[in-house]
Design a protein around this ligand. Structure first.
Ligand SMILES: C[S@@+](CC[C@H](N)C(=O)[O-])C[C@H]1O[C@@H](n2cnc3c(N)ncnc32)[C@H](O)[C@@H]1O
Length: 156
């Protein structure tokens, strides 16, 4: 049943332990992610999954000084790993779980167990052979998106 609204208002209305999977993919700021996680975690049933998007690097991998200076930016390049990441997501998710998460290219997931949160094992994804004409189009679109984000100063 689609419910449209602000997560901070809607999530507390939902049934505690009533969901097998909760996917968090909203505002990327540190405070917002922490709030979404705090509101989402009680909704997950035991053995269920709490997961989300945009965790490109984990809290123990980032440059802490750079991260502190850039915590209010959406998407930046970490000088230590030279990877683009969402500082608010990295810190909020890292602090919330307090351990290494299972991740797949930005997608993260943790399983709720009787003794806390545990990493999730997934079988390796099969590589899908993208037809060359689609791959070329995807490359063009991605290049245009990156250029757009650079011009708008979302990334440097
Ligand atoms: C990163 S996008 C992801 C959208 C979608 N999950 C997808 O993959 O296409 C984040 C979305 O969450 C919405 N959003 C941000 N803060 C929110 C909040 N507090 N409550 C509900 N939605 C929010 C934004 O408007 C935006 O549409």
């Amino acid at each position: 049943m689609p419910l449209r609204g602000e997560s901070g208002k809607l999530l507390p209305l939902l049934a505690q332990k009533g969901f097998d999977i909760v996917f968090v993919d909203g505002n990327h700021s540190y405070e917002a992610v922490l709030k979404d996680l705090s509101n989402s975690a009680p909704l997950v049933a035991e053995d269920g999954i709490l997961c989300g998007d945009d965790l490109e690097i984990q809290i123990d991998e980032m440059d802490p000084v750079f991260n502190k200076e850039n915590i209010d930016r959406d998407f930046v390049k970490d000088p230590k790993t030279e990877r683009f990441y969402h500082p608010g997501v990295t810190v909020a998710v890292g602090e919330f779980f307090g351990c290494k998460l299972s991740t797949w290219e930005g997608f993260w997931a943790m399983r709720k167990t009787s003794s806390g949160w545990a990493q999730v094992d997934l079988p390796a994804a099969q590589r899908y052979q993208v037809p060359s004409h689609l791959a070329d189009s995807l490359l063009k679109i991605t290049g245009a998106m990156i250029e757009h984000m650079r011009v708008r100063n979302f990334i440097s």
